[in-house]
Design a binder for this molecule. Structure first.
Ligand code: NAP
Length: 336
């Protein structure tokens, strides 16, 4: 090893993954971040060349106190919690974990679709709580999944995997939005691209799988909810703030839409006193999109590959801003 690399690792890396990091660097590991160890974490960060972990908390002020930092490897595909513009300015490489979590997150979306349409949680609780005392009647009936129109808002990796499940498994016509057309989805699934407003008006189940950014902040607001069918359900496996949450609560309370299946929330963990926690027409899960043993291990493995590859000079497998940084370096060389 030439320079002695220093890595700060945060949250739930296995011993095997930590051992891989230790082979190329001195590693300071924080199994969790709390008020008690925050100073220690900031001190470690101020010396670090690499930062890896899940739910990383990093802002511009912290970056300013981390002069040696050159690679951040997040154990997630979304990076809306990280200061990308500031990292680009500093030339810090950001790596993430796409693809390996796609199928598990699509499974979660489908679990929410099934649960909201068939009222699984509400009706299972009837049994669990000893309230199943007569044959169930119309007031307990759900709504079909098969054959209903599935609207995918953000037909990227995860959106396409949800669309595949719907079209091939449940015979659902698929509508989608994306920044660019998806001819392969149209050819393989018969999916049709729509403007958002049209998709909202036509779909029986609207499923959100866009990244969170300035363009998608409150993409689903009161006006968008009002465009949906009153019989429709909204499923969100993207990010909580893609939806205007108070507007959603209001729409669910007033019957503007029928139901919601939510894996992500404006604030996480969601406060226990949120109306979403107790509404019969809401199925809420605690951000479990990718939370299986297999997928979380694959994500950690990829994040470690990325960090080790980047520091060792081989390059990461999946970086967010490699092209931006390369262009910036090229441009500054040309300017010299
Ligand atoms: P992706 O492949 O980049 O897909 C995002 C899709 O959204 C792309 O099709 C993109 O269009 C489209 N898009 C972007 N901005 C849009 C806009 N303003 N309107 C309509 N469509 C827009 O990302 P992914 O891997 O599928 O992940 C999507 C997001 O899911 C992540 O960013 C993350 O926040 C979330 N996620 C959540 C969990 C969870 O635990 N619940 C797990 C994993 C991921 P183009 O294809 O044309 O660019």
């Amino acid at each position: 090893m030439g320079e002695a690399w220093r890595i700060v690792a945060v949250r739930r890396l296995s011993e095997a993954q930590l051992a891989r990091l230790s082979r190329i660097a001195e590693v300071e590991y924080f199994e969790d971040l709390t008020d008690d160890n925050r100073e220690e974490f900031l001190a470690a960060l101020s010396r670090a060349h690499g930062l890896i972990g899940g739910k990383l908390e990093l802002d511009e002020a912290m970056l300013a106190e981390a002069p040696a930092l050159r690679v951040v490897s997040t154990i997630s595909v979304g990076y809306d919690h990280l200061p990308l513009a500031a990292m680009n300015r500093r030339g810090i490489l950001l790596c993430h974990t796409p693809d390996v979590l796609t199928e598990s997150t699509a499974d979660t979306a489908f679990a929410l679709i099934m649960a909201t349409q068939r009222r699984l949680v509400e009706l299972a609780n009837l049994v669990r709580e000893g309230r199943w005392q007569a044959h169930i009647g119309r007031e307990h009936f759900g709504v079909d999944v098969h054959g209903k129109t599935l609207g995918i808002v953000g037909a990227g990796r995860i959106g396409a995997a949800i669309a595949r499940r719907g079209a091939l498994g449940f015979g659902m016509p698929v509508l989608y939005t994306a920044s660019t057309p998806k001819p392969e989805l149209e050819a393989s699934l018969g999916a049709q691209r729509r403007e958002l407003d049209t998709l909202l008006a036509e779909a029986d189940i609207v499923c959100l799988s866009v990244p969170y950014n300035a363009d998608t902040h409150h993409l689903i607001d009161a006006a968008a909810l009002a465009r949906m069918k009153s019989s429709a359900a909204l499923v969100n496996v993207a990010r909580g703030r893609v939806v205007d949450e108070p507007a959603l609560i209001d729409a669910l309370q007033r019957g503007v839409i029928r139901a919601a299946g939510l894996d992500v929330f404006a604030e996480e963990p969601m406060p226990g006193d949120s109306p979403l926690a107790s509404m019969a027409n809401v199925v809420a899960t605690p951000h479990i999109g990718s939370a299986t043993h297999e997928t979380r291990e694959a994500m950690a493995q990829l994040a470690v590959d990325n960090l080790v590859g980047a520091l060792a000079g081989r390059g990461p497998r999946t970086a967010v801003n490699e092209t931006v940084l390369r262009r910036a370096t090229g441009e500054s060389r040309e300017a010299q």
